[in-house]
Design a protein around this ligand. Sequence first.
Ligand SMILES: [Zn+2]
Ligand SMILES: [Zn+2]
Length: 416
Amino acid sequence: MRPSTLPSFQPSPPRGLRLEALFDELSELAGQRNAIDGRIVEIAAEMDRDGLWAATGCKSMAELIAWKIGVSPHNATSVMTVARRSEELPRCTVALQEGRLSLDQVQVIADRSGPESDAHYLHIAERMTVAQLRTAVALEPKPVPDPKPEPGPSISKSVTGEYTTYRIRVNNVEAAKVDAALASHRDGLIGDWKRDHADAEAGAPTPPFPTAKDAFMSLIDAGWDADVARRPHGQHTTVVVHLDVEKSVANLHLGPVLSGDDRRYLLCDATCEVWFERDGQPIGSGRATRTISRRLRRALERRDHGTCVVPGCGATRGLHAHHLVHWENGGETELDNLALVCPFHHRAHHRGDITIAGPAHVLTVTDGDGDVMQRGSLARPPTTPPPAVAPYRGPTGERAQWKWYHPFEPPPPTPN
Ligand SMILES: [Zn+2]
Ligand SMILES: [Zn+2]
């Protein structure tokens, strides 16, 4: 049965009160988060200062932080920016540890502010948003840069719509080479065009006459083809190594003898060109089992998800195929004996800084101290209460009066 009298007026829920309660909680959490970020910065600064991370197998402190606390490289870089200036910015760093400033606020200051600006920014930072702080720091007078030197050789490109514009700057000798190569390719294309269309009837459709752009693309294609023919499996290296098979000694083509570490590093990935020699005489280049077919390379990329297998490393470019059992020791070039690694970690392994041990499906990577490098972050449910700090109320959000703002000016140098 329907109620006989429907209320004509629904009291609105106490939205204001709910919001206030939620804001209070956010405030509390933000304060705690700032304090936690402050402690993370402190820990990172200590590891960095004392070089504790050297044996971790990481490329940088930022990479280590990103890995161990499961944050983005961007966030980890912020932590390190603040960590590296924490001694120079003691007041701002303490404000972060006490929950009064956020990591992003202090990062802006640590990233660009001048020396001895700690007190100046502490004074304004608590009121300013991150964007306002950025403006404030940008207003600092910057030292006048030296006059620009004449730009060196470069290649740049810009994409607009369907077309890409390249700007190539080379010295005049190199330019002469480019001109000659372009002219040669254009002659070739015109010759082909005339041969193909000499007998075409007047008015019959013919492809357009070859242009300078066609000559350029022909040049690129020719270079590309030659490269593919020369190194059908190559991704990254054309290093040529001469290996004395009896003495296990290798030297670079027209270059120095390699150390044992460097030899094993270079010869591990099958993409460098190896000349096997005995008594200084070549006995054939390469060895069938050493080369990686395109199929195998793709299978390897698929299995290792196209990234370096070392925990904490997200490198995806220029990866090498590392032989878990080196082929010098009879290791085969097959999926189970290969692992994708970035050049940094590949070298680190062959230098003995880290150890990558197979088989490939249960890979074990250990760091310089022999500790197993675990995948994933160190995050776990907390067992200690959150830091007891005051709630973070955030910047006041008032409009900044830039007209009245005095940017930080470095103090004049003291005499003596
Ligand atoms: Zn290797
Ligand atoms: Zn790596």
